[in-house]
Design a protein around this ligand. Structure first.
Ligand SMILES: Cc1ncc(C[n+]2csc(CCOP(=O)(O)OP(=O)(O)O)c2C)c(N)n1
Length: 573
């Protein structure tokens, strides 16, 4: 058997796991590992400018491919800088393996230089964490980490590696395990057939059904099955922010996103439904609004891989624990084999009602009261120029909601944003992680002038690694989403939500070696955007001036039901 040092094992195990890129930043505790990286070519390291960006790059790779991304950060500040990225992945159930350096074992607990208790700090935001105690355990720990991260409900796993576990002169036999056995961890592989049958009966008897799906359909690779079942039944489909692309956004059966900034028709349909089929969605507070007023007439079927998600906030009438893909496949077979068919008359009436809602308030925004461009117009243009086919990452704020509402995602894994944690600073590194792995695809980062400045240093990484992403900065000169809440709830007292002294973004990006464009007229937008996407090999930053007074609507009324919404600054349901 080959003899390797702990440092070499870390790198070799990643190679044997099929990892091509890792994202990281070196430091004292990892110098042996970085030396081992230097001496091989299979695993390529991407040097970011801040560890948070390394985790977001790894996370976005995972969101686009379903496979765990890998970040490597040093002990102490390197590890703490990575915590936001780990929490971001945790909240959205994204598979990721983060290797953190640690001080020598005998110094742990002594407040050694750059010591931080990463196991303790990360515990609430990881699916699992490991501390390496013996170098010879490294291969099996790495294999277990990937297995845990990618199976069941995915999530981030931290491996904390004390420096003395990687000493170059100490060598041990290396063999990468093909499989791992963990008695205490056996993710479920299929749903309960009896429950699935009961649920299918309910579906076939429903008169006002809605299929409500989340990120579990995307990460569970269940989009094809969801689409087939929805079409067989002719039921309306709504997606959460995390679930967009799980069902084709341009399909007639798609009624838009639901929840806080969901479409009028999606929220109305949910409220009036008699049956909700929830798939890989967790009924979070941004969806349900007040739980006691949530969908008063609906029975709830809830499919989720994580039993802890079921009946956590909304009681499920029929819980089904299992992988969305396998459970939906079983439902499809049951529907196909059933003598009973969906109630066509009831569905016809239900669709008439939904279409009426859709016509009354569907996807509209006013363009006549301002000289300034509306942010919605920019996203519609992006959808047009990229044929709805791009990877779109976003930061957090109004621009994120506009992107979710107005970009028509027809494929899963293309909409990449921080839904659960709502991490400003996610968008640019996420776009980089996608572009690195999908060099031939269009990758657009929709951002605001607040968010982009949280990780703007990564423009330098983009230059070093030739990552020609397109950045669309919807510049409203303010922390727009904060300002919107202040308008609505604090009589427009704009406390600390104006962004003064903004940089000249065009000059800034040029100094990083990229192309900058300023657009302030709608009539220039299409030409500029087409030019930006035609520059295949260049990063283009579009600084787009948009109406600073625009709000995101609909917006649910606090503590109301799904149907209680503001539809404009003056109109309420
Ligand atoms: C790291 C972080 N800090 C603070 C917030 C709170 N927050 C949510 S949206 C928002 C404003 C974002 O402003 P900008 O990026 O300019 O986008 P806009 O809303 O104007 O489109 C803030 C401060 C957050 N989500 N993340």
């Amino acid at each position: 058997m080959e003899l390797l040092s702990g440092a070499e094992m870390v790198v070799r195990a990643l190679r044997d796991e099929g990892v091509k890129y890792i994202y990281g930043y070196p430091g004292g505790s990892l110098l042996h590992v970085y030396d081992a990286l230097f001496q091989q070519e299979d695993v390529q390291h991407v040097l970011v400018r801040h560890e948070q960006a390394a985790t977001h790059m790894a996370d976005a790779y995972a969101r686009a491919t379903g496979k765990a991304g890998v970040a490597l950060v040093t002990s102490g500040p390197g590890a703490t800088n990575a915590v936001t990225g780990i929490a971001t992945a945790f909240m959205d159930s994204i598979p990721m393996v983060v290797i953190t350096g640690q001080v020598m074992s005998h110094l742990i607990g002594e407040d050694a230089f750059q010591e931080t208790d990463m196991l303790g700090i990360s515990r609430p935001v990881v699916k699992h964490n490991f501390s390496v105690q013996r170098p010879e355990d490294i291969p099996s720990i790495v294999r277990k980490a990937f297995h845990i991260a990618e199976s069941g409900r995915p999530g981030p796993v931290v491996i904390d590696v004390p420096k003395d576990m990687t000493t170059p002169t100490e060598r041990y036999p290396y063999e990468y395990p093909k499989q791992v056995k963990m008695r205490s961890y056996t993710p479920i592989t299929r749903g309960h057939t009896g429950q699935i049958k009961k649920a299918t009966d309910l579906l076939l008897n429903a008169k006002r059904p809605v299929i409500y799906t989340g990120g579990g359909v995307i990460m569970g690779d269940a989009s094809t099955e969801l689409t087939e079942l929805s079409r067989l039944l002719n039921f309306p489909v709504t997606n959460t922010l995390m679930g967009l692309g799980g069902f084709p956004g341009t399909d007639r059966q798609f009624i838009g996103m639901l929840g806080m900034h969901g479409s009028y028709e999606a929220n109305m349909a949910m409220h009036h439904a008699d049956l909700i089929l929830a798939v890989g969605a967790r009924f979070d507070d941004r969806v349900t609004n007040a739980c006691d007023k949530f969908c008063p007439t609906a029975k709830v079927v809830h499919i989720d891989i994580d039993p802890a998600s079921i009946s956590k906030t909304i009681q499920a009438d029929i819980p089904i624990v299992g992988p969305a893909k396998v459970v939906l496949e079983e439902m499809i077979q049951l529907v196909k084999g059933s003598k009973k068919q969906p109630d066509a008359d009831a569905l016809h009436a239900w669709w008439q009602q939904i279409d009426e809602w859709r016509q009354r308030h569907g996807g509209r925004f006013r363009t006549d009261d301002s000289e300034l461009m509306k942010p919605q117009q920019v996203i519609e243009m992006l959808s047009k120029v990229t044929n709805g086919d791009a990877f779109v990452t976003s930061d957090v704020g109004q621009h994120q909601m506009f992107a979710a509402q107005y970009y028509k995602f027809n494929k899963p894994n293309r909409w990449i944003n921080s839904g659960g944690l709502g991490t400003m600073g996610f968008g640019l590194p996420a776009a980089m992680g996608v572009k690195m792995n999908f060099p031939d695809d269009d990758v657009a980062c929709v951002t605001g002038e607040g968010s982009i400045q949280m990780n703007i240093q990564e423009l330098s990484t983009c230059n070093q690694y030739d990552l020609p992403v397109k950045i669309l900065c919807l510049n409203n000169q303010s922390l727009g989403m904060v300002r919107q809440w202040q308008d609505m709830n604090y009589e427009s007292r704009h406390s600390q939500s104006y962004m003064k002294s903004l940089p000249d973004f065009v000059k800034l990006v040029e100094s990083y070696g990229h192309v900058g464009m300023k657009v302030d007229k709608y009539s220039d937008l299409e030409g500029a955007m087409r030019e930006a996407f035609a520059l295949k090999d260049r990063l283009v930053f579009m600084d787009i001036a948009v109406d600073p007074f625009e709000h995101v609507y609909p917006m649910q009324v606090p503590r109301g039901s799904m149907r209680d919404m503001w539809l404009s600054k003056t109109e309420r349901t």
